[in-house]
Design a protein around this ligand. Structure first.
Ligand SMILES: CNc1ncnc2c1ncn2[C@@H]1O[C@H](COP(=O)(O)O)[C@@H](O)[C@H]1O
Ligand SMILES: [Zn+2]
Length: 371
């Protein structure tokens, strides 16, 4: 690695970052997936050698991604493993100076494992509370003061100041394979768990599966309840759905790859913040290349956006790497990258207290990183 590249990568690592689009199961470390695959291989549930090759393979087309998620879910979906991967994913983001993280995950019913959507989410929350390497701050989103919940003691309250600190919120994903009723269950669960760090709803899953009308009642319900919503939009060129999503006007949108001229105009006039996932889009074909990614267009017109990883494990990336890619591909200066990271604070689903804290954190970091 050249010296300049190394220095820039280190700078991107040191930059405080806000991650708004990370799927739990897509963010699992390869080493953990391999370990879990080995265990299931030993039990004769899967053939380890076959699975190992799939996990380590580099190419990830969009259909391949969803086949892989089938496999990941076989490996990860029992309560203890859900707890473990949650803990590790939070630690990994915190270690690269992500200061605020919204993790999204699909609550799953799995009768064979005695798992309900609620018990799945309890396992996730157990994982958040099990983090030791860094200090996790979960906030009570219901409270106007965003008062800290249990978890590791806040360093401001006399905890270990040498530990990195990360604010974590949860988004519940509706999988496009789900029925209207299952999607409504997820929204109801989000409402029930709003005091436990659950702050929003996501619509995701294989974009060639399902119909917008199926999820709409659940999304409408979330809207009625005042739960913020983010939707995967335009991963494929489904004109009717892109139109419907823009009409619905969620609080944020993921991807927005395959929009036509009219849809771009509409998106820009609505000013809906976009979660930009460069590596994911290039790997899955949503963008033709890094250079031709729609980031440049949105950035140039000052559209609200934030850089995200989508599936850091699946795509072998990190949020620091995504910032580095923006610097190396589009030539942004350090000051511009800092501004980009800082602007993401305005698009978090957390309340004003969290935003205030994050703004202050960026103000303190600015001098050090941009002069
Ligand atoms: C690559 N682009 C993508 N497009 C759409 N949905 C995606 C996705 N990447 C991930 N997911 C969604 O997230 C689930 C895995 O995490 P959880 O089991 O929820 O933690 C996938 O099964 C899929 O529904
Ligand atoms: Zn996604």
């Amino acid at each position: 690695m050249e010296k300049e590249e190394e220095e820039m990568r280190e700078w991107c690592l040191a930059l405080p970052k806000v991650e708004l689009h990370a799927h739990l199961n897509g963010s699992v470390r390869d080493s953990t997936l391999l370990e879990l695959a080995k265990q299931l291989g030993d039990k004769g549930v899967i053939v380890f050698e076959d699975v190992k090759d799939v996990i380590m393979k580099n190419g990830r087309s969009l259909p391949e991604c969803f086949q892989l998620f089938e496999l990941y879910h076989i490996l990860t979906t029992d309560h203890d493993t859900v707890t473990r991967i949650t803990k590790e994913v939070v630690e990994d983001f915190a270690m690269e100076n992500v200061v605020y993280l919204e993790i999204r995950t699909t609550p799953k019913n799995n009768e064979a494992k005695g798992m309900t959507k609620q018990s799945y989410m309890n396992a996730v929350i157990k994982g958040l509370k099990a983090v030791e390497a860094v200090e996790v701050v979960l906030f009570d989103s219901n409270s106007r003061t965003d008062k800290p919940l249990t978890c590791a003691p806040s360093s401001e309250l006399g905890g270990d100041v040498s530990k990195k600190k990360i604010y974590v919120k949860l988004l519940l994903s509706i999988d496009r394979r789900e029925t209207t009723l299952a999607a409504l269950d997820t929204v109801n669960l989000a409402m029930e768990m709003k005091d436990q760090g659950v702050i929003g709803i996501d619509l995701s899953g294989n974009p060639v599966v399902g119909e917008w009308e199926t999820y709409l009642p659940a999304l409408e319900r979330a809207k009625q309840l005042g739960i913020p919503i983010t939707v995967h939009c335009g991963e494929v060129a489904n004109r009717k759905e892109i139109q419907a999503v823009l009409d619905f006007c969620p609080q944020r949108l993921g991807h927005v790859c395959c929009l036509n001229d009219d849809e771009w105009k509409k998106l820009k006039s609505l000013m809906i913040p976009v979660e930009i996932c460069l590596t994911s889009n290039v790997m899955t074909g949503g963008a033709p290349s890094l250079e031709l990614h729609h980031f440049a267009d949105l950035y140039n017109v000052k559209h609200p956006l934030s850089l995200c990883t989508d599936d850091s494990g699946l795509f072998s990336t990190s949020l620091s790497n995504e910032y580095y890619l923006v610097a190396s591909t589009f030539g942004l200066s350090k000051a511009e990258l800092f501004q980009l990271a800082q602007d993401a604070v305005e698009f978090v689903f957390a309340g004003d207290e969290v935003k205030k804290t994050l703004r202050e954190l960026f103000r303190r970091a600015e001098k050090e990183l941009t002069t």
